[in-house]
Each structure stands twice: as structure tokens, then as C-alpha cells.
Design a binder for this molecule. Sequence first.
Ligand code: ADP
Ligand code: MG
Length: 342
Amino acid sequence: RPGSSALPIVQLDEHLIDQIAAGEVVERPASVVKELVENAIDAGASRIEIATAGGGKTLLRITDDGCGIPEDELRLAVRRHCTSKLAGGLDEIATLGFRGEALPSIGSVAKLSLRSRAEGAAGAFEIAVDQGRCDGPRPTPLSRGTVVEVRDLFHAVPARLKFLKSDRAESSAITDVVRRLALAEPEVRFEISGPDRTPTVFEAARDMTERIAQVVGQELRDNAVAIEAEREEIRLTGLAGLPTFSRGNSLQQFLFVNGRPVRDRLLVSALRGGYADVMAKDRHPVAVLFLTLDPALVDVNVHPAKADVRFRDPGLVRGLIVGALRQAFGEAGLRSSSEGTA
Ligand code: ADP
Ligand code: MG
């Protein structure tokens, strides 16, 4: 085309690259909470506190009692592609994080500060990032763990700010993210608090049943069938709500692959398929389902936010879920419409 000037190809500067990556990882305050709480879980924390203000837009503070970050690694922690979690390669991911992108991404679109004391270290240190510029580390008082503070999310990207919903809606998205992670880690105590909300606390639970009661509600336990099935070393466990215990939306569906909360399309559709004969089309089941399989049979590196996964054998996974649900409902004496006339 005439007039389209042939500008030279240049290497983008680091800050711009981080902002581009941030577009994929950091969509809203809840995605920041997801990344930071995942980091706390990966650090082995047993208590995780999430403080928010302004629906997480003005302030997010995640405090954990995990292993901490040594002084000489703090600068690396906020640099792109720097991670302590990929030593085993992409086929052996045992942590929730592995991309080394969250902290630099957040630091490029918000004011970020990290205070941390590594296990066994003599003191704690703080590092701050604003507009991609890094300040520190400098000594700070902190007895253990890590405190990550994110202020004025998207202040540097006004276009993004406009897409955020009301404080209330952003707050409830934060609660939803924390509920999912809390189900994945029953023995960890979670607390969400702030001037903009009523506090939510999930005390450390003895087992998954107790955590499900805390997060989803006691009623599910009394209105569900237990799911336990296995096919070719792929295991499915959890609770599936009775067809009569349905909802108008899918917010009460909690799906996990190897302990990672996912919103995978295949799994959602398989869940639907399992209820197809016993639930009206416009209703949504309540369910908490955990799929456990060899990490080599599932790719979690499909999307930066890791909500979607790819299975080596999707048909097998679908068959396992649909079959297990139908069998459980059959054993519970629920007639499916296909059996109804027999
Ligand atoms: P990733 O989690 O993919 O490795 P992040 O950007 O989220 O990438 O974090 C970079 C690194 O910083 C992590 O690999 C970890 O070593 C360290 N880190 C981040 N948050 C914490 C935390 N809360 N406690 C201990 N270490 C942390
Ligand atoms: Mg991370």
C-alpha cells in the first residue's frame, strides 16, 4: 500500500514487553489475586491473607507465611522469565506457577512492592516496582513469609481501567478465585478482608469434606453423591450435587486438574453430559470434582492464565466423567429419562 511507511524492525524495551504480557495474565483485580495466592501456595504457606480496597483496584495485599524470597533473589523475582519452579522442565510441573511472568506483568501495570524474609535469613527485605522501574532491595521489618502489595492497578493503562466492573463485582470475582484455590488446598487458612467488604474466612480444614462444607456449604454434602472412579490411571473424585440441588448459573461448579482450578471447556461439557438425562437444560449442577492424572498426559501451558488445559486423550477423560456421574446417579436410584419408560 502506498504511504505505509517501512519503519525499521526494533527490539521492544523490557517495560513494553512486560505490559504486553500483562494484557494476557492480568485482566482484572481477581487475576492478580489468583497469581499472588498461587505464589503463596507454591511457597508452602499455611496462612494466606488477602486484603482489598476499592474492589482490589486501589489496593491488594497478599500476606503469607511461606518460605520467603532471599535478598539476592528479590530483583529476579520481578524480572520476566525468572522462576524457581521449572527445574524439572515442562513435563514435570508440580507447582501452580511456572512461567515467571506474574510479578513482572503486575509490576508493569501497577505499583508493586514485595517484602519478604527467606526461611532462616537474619532479616527481611523490600523491593518496589513502579512503571517497570525497580527500587531496592532495602531492609524492612517482617518476621516471616512474604507480603505483596499492589496499588492502583492499571493506573498506567487507562484503557484497561475502563473495562473493570463495579467495586462490588470485582470484589465478588476475587472471592470466587479464592474459593477455588481454597478448595484445592484444604489445610491452608484463607482470609479475605478490607474496608470494601465483609470478611470471608476459611479456617484450616481437617479434610476435603470439611473444606467443601466451608466453601460451597453444608447443604451440598447432604444433597450430593460421592464420585470415585478410575480409568487407565486417571482418577476422578469429589461430590456431585443431586439433580434436584441445581442452580441457575455455573458459579457453583469447581473443577480441578492435578490440584489446579480450571474452567476447561471439555470438563464443563463432560459435567453437563453426565447430568444430561436427569437435569433440565436451563439448570446447572453443583459439583466439586478433582481429576488426577500423570502430568505428562495433560498440558497446562495452553493459556497464560492456565484456566484451560489440553488432555492427551480427551475422549477418555470425557468418558470417565460422564460414566462416573451416570453410574453414581443410577446407584442413588435416580431414574434417568432414558430408563424411565423401561
Ligand atoms: P512463577 O510463579 O511462574 O515462578 P512469578 O512471577 O509469579 O512467577 O514469581 C516469580 C518467582 O518469585 C517465583 O518463581 C518464586 O520463586 C518467587 N515468589 C513469588 N511470590 C512468592 C511468595 N509469595 N513466596 C515465596 N516466593 C515467591
Ligand atoms: Mg506465580
